[in-house]
Design a protein around this ligand. Structure first.
Ligand code: HEM
Length: 149
């Protein structure tokens, strides 16, 4: 069988640049292969950055896992332009007023820590493409939070 020439191979850029959902999904497979739970790592990172917030999260609370899941779900939904995301964010920002007076930069940090946690779990398999796709979604998410805040 003749060897394929470089020019016969699909170009690395052949994947449509707008397939953000596909990129996010691939990154999540890599993250899942670490076999580790996102939630404790996310909160460890977040409390290292904001130790003053730790008392708001009782150790045994299931809400911690819910928060991480909700962030993930909203970001994935944004990637597929789901129309319910703004309403979900409005509700979350409003519900969070019961927990405390959280500034916008705190929301920004939560989203940043979320992406860094994925990066931690993916290890050296994290890529610039994954990073750009998640950052694009967290920027979009943050803009909607700012609108609701
Ligand atoms: C980035 C967007 C965020 C989303 C989507 C989100 C989502 C959630 C969800 C789903 C819960 C579970 C209870 C509920 O449904 O209300 C929760 C709890 C909570 N969130 Fe968030 N959250 C976000 C940002 C933040 C920020 C910036 C803070 C500030 C530190 C925060 C502090 C809390 C606290 C204190 C709880 C209660 C924890 C407990 O009862 O143990 N959240 N969050």
């Amino acid at each position: 069988m003749p060897r394929r020439k470089g020019s016969d191979l699909p170009a690395p850029s052949s994947e449509p640049a707008h397939d953000i959902g596909g990129v996010l999904e691939r990154s999540l497979y890599v993250v899942a292969e670490s076999g580790q739970d996102l939630t404790p790592i996310f909160f460890r990172r977040f409390f290292a950055l904001h130790p003053d917030q730790e008392h708001l999260f009782p150790k045994s609370s299931e809400a911690c896992g819910e928060m991480v899941n909700e962030i993930l779900e909203n970001l994935l939904a944004l990637a597929s332009d789901e129309s319910w995301v703004q309403l979900s964010i409005d509700n979350q920002v409003s519900a969070h007023r019961c927990y405390g007076n959280f500034s916008l930069p705190l929301y920004r940090d939560v989203l940043d820590v979320f992406v860094r946690t994925l990066e931690d779990l993916a290890g050296e398999r994290w890529s610039a493409e994954f990073d750009a796709a998640w950052r694009q979604m967290t920027d979009k998410f943050y803009a909607l939070i700012a609108k609701a805040h």
